[in-house]
Design a protein around this ligand. Structure first.
Ligand code: GLC
Length: 444
């Protein structure tokens, strides 16, 4: 009894220490990759799968309650003969993007890469028969673009995704398997993604929220164990530089290297189900957004954002200290929608002129609002005027000394006051661009 007691005491004393010892410490490679990621600021999101054949987004299986048997016919029709990885990667490069995040497997459970642990993949189940992820990875390496893999935790096809989550309830033909098998399956697939495609940028998880109830206002308790400790540990062991992010809409979980905000500027929670402001972590941030209203190809989506809206979103993201991951949903033939291509070109043209205000910057000292947004690199602060109607830029406090303030394009010096009432910059006489006018504040 005595022995038991002292062992118990020892355990209660040691346990918290052990737990602390397990806390995730990023490696040097990982920290360097995080810095590269933050400096990059702009990436391309690609949602592509057999769902593109139906032209109704990547949730079509759930939204139209397509049965497993019916949906499994789709791979037979997926033959993207016009897919040209060189074109895709060049398009990203010309848009000023530094990395690509592509769906390796989405919620429909179909793998867009050659997987040995399932036949439900692009090589085994489509007439195309080629591993598009491999083709893209090779091209990315050639063109100096990093490749990340989106990987869905949620699966509407497999029996072992059981207990099921709150989506896909109307899909007929789903079986009841063993959760442990599902976790093993995901681990095997992730191993493949980390082994067969060279050094990757990272893994972008999605679907965590499927295992929580949603009452229209807030999430309930998580119903399963995703085994993140093992999965994240494995990724970091296999590729220490690979950055892990998870679109779970909550604060950073131990082992994650960046935090993402879906259709939302960090902390704004404009969607209602986004990550709240008090859960923003100290890791690099990334905002993802669509060019129209859909992630996967949607034939009838007419909600294309204007070039101005997209460029403003990129500037705002940077002003929040965040990257922007902008999405395209390629068509089933492998081509990118022409409207998406032209939007990307417009952003690229703008970045060619204004890249120094975005790349390698961090969030600036003047808090962002709809009229102006600031970024900073070293001793230079850039203030983007997004609303050409304004006459004054004001902020309560600027905790450094100012050398000079001028307009970036014409280098005209601007009048300002910096005293106990804060910093005020007079922009009333400045000729402003309808899209964006940049003011440069040089610090001492
Ligand atoms: C959501 C959707 C998913 C999409 C993702 C991108 O989580 O479920 O379809 O891939 O957002 O951010």
């Amino acid at each position: 009894m005595k022995v038991f007691k002292s062992r118990f005491l020892l355990l209660t004393f040691l346990l918290p220490l052990c737990m602390n010892a397990q806390e995730y410490r990023p490696t040097v490679e990982n920290i360097e990759a995080r810095k590269w990621f933050q400096d990059s600021r702009f990436g391309l999101f690609i949602h592509w799968g057999v769902y593109s054949v139906l032209g109704d987004g990547e949730w079509v299986m759930n939204n139209q309650n397509i049965s497993i048997e019916e949906y499994e016919k789709l791979p037979n029709f997926f033959n993207p003969i016009s897919f040209d990885p060189k074109k895709w990667v060049s398009m990203a490069n010309d848009a000023g993007m530094k990395y690509i995040t592509i769906t390796s497997r989405h919620h429909d459970g179909f793998s867009m890469f050659d997987s040995k642990v399932t036949d439900y993949d692009i090589v085994d189940a489509t007439p195309y028969g080629k591993d598009i992820i491999k083709m893209l990875a090779d091209e990315c390496r050639k063109q100096g673009i990093k490749l990340f893999f989106y990987y869905s935790l949620l699966d509407w096809n497999r029996d072992d995704y059981f207990p099921r989550g709150r989506s896909g309830k109307g899909i007929l033909g789903r079986g009841e398997g063993d959760w442990k098998d599902y976790i093993d399956f995901m681990k095997s697939q992730l191993k493949e993604l980390l082994t067969n495609y060279g050094k990757i940028g990272g893994i972008w998880f999605d679907g965590h929220w499927d295992q929580k109830e949603w009452d229209g206002n807030k999430y309930g308790e998580l119903k399963v164990d995703w085994h993140y400790d093992e999965i994240y540990g494995m990724i970091h062991r296999m590729q220490p530089q690979a950055l892990i992010g998870n679109n779970h809409h909550i604060g950073v979980i131990d082992g994650e290297d960046f935090q993402m905000f879906e259709k939302d500027l960090p902390g704004n929670n404009s969607t209602g189900w986004g990550t709240p402001a008090d859960q923003i972590g100290s890791v690099p941030l990334e905002v993802c957004e669509t060019i129209n209203g859909s992630w996967g190809f949607n034939l009838q989506d007419r909600k294309h954002k204007s070039d101005k809206e997209l460029i403003h979103y990129l500037i705002k993201a940077a002003g929040y200290g965040s990257n922007m991951l902008l999405n395209v949903g390629p068509m089933p033939n492998g081509e990118i929608q022409p409207k998406h291509e032209s939007s990307l070109k417009a952003i690229g043209d703008w970045l060619k002129q204004n890249g120094e205000t975005i790349y390698g910057t961090r969030k600036g000292p003047i808090p962002p609002n709809d009229d102006y947004v600031s970024t900073q690199r070293g001793k230079t602060v850039y203030v983007h005027i997004l609303n050409p109607e304004i006459d004054l830029i004001h902020t309560d406090k600027v905790p450094f000394r100012i050398k000079e303030i001028s307009d970036m394009k014409n280098k005209t010096k601007l009048d300002y006051r910096n005293d106990r009432f804060g910093l005020s910059i007079d922009v009333s006489n400045l000729l402003k661009d309808d899209l964006d006018t940049v003011i440069k504040i040089e610090l001492r």
